[in-house]
Design a protein around this ligand. Structure first.
Ligand code: HEC
Length: 140
């Protein structure tokens, strides 16, 4: 059965509750109370931003996509540089910032877009990137 996530929520709920064998509500089994429902995952603002704006080009690991894998990036770049880069990569490249030029050449001259991030979004993203760095990404 093909359905799109943009379908009417009511119709999706109906399908899940009454038609699919796996999730179908069993007629004689008492329903659980909402108090017993699992907590929704807690997605921070920065994680949400990353998934929405960055993950199409960047992994949080070492795998390269359109752009570099970002594991450990907060260890190799200065915070001031990172913040400015997140806010205006286009200007940094135009000013021939050496790191920007090298990355640009290394990544097939695909320019990271200026996503017009606010200061607080850029800060939050840097903290998020820092928090996702795994121990194996560090140089011992
Ligand atoms: C359209 C693809 C694209 C998107 C979307 C994108 N980037 Fe990039 N990013 C790149 C490319 C390509 C580079 C390498 C430099 C260049 O070519 O401009 C890069 C470089 C970087 C670097 C520098 C890496 C290093 O080794 O110093 C960081 C940090 C970064 N991006 C973070 C982000 C974050 C955070 C977001 C989301 C807010 C984001 N990028 C969105 C393509 C993208």
């Amino acid at each position: 059965m093909k359905k799109t996530p943009f379908d009417e929520p009511k119709s999706l709920a109906w399908l899940l509750s009454y038609t699919l064998p796996e999730t179908k509500i069993k007629p004689n089994v008492p329903h659980l109370s909402y108090a017993e429902a699992k907590q929704l995952p807690n997605l921070s603002k920065a994680e949400d931003l990353f998934r929405f704006r960055c993950s199409s080009c960047h992994s949080l690991g070492l795998e390269k996509g359109l752009g570099p894998g970002l594991a450990g990036v907060t260890k190799i770049r200065d915070r001031v540089w990172l913040k400015r880069w997140l806010k205006e990569p286009d200007k940094m490249l135009a000013e021939k910032d050496q790191i920007a030029v090298d990355l640009y050449n290394q990544y097939n001259k695909v320019l990271m877009p200026n996503l017009r991030l606010s200061d607080s979004d850029a800060e939050a993203l840097i903290d998020y990137l820092d928090s996702t760095a795994k121990p194996k990404d560090h140089i011992h």
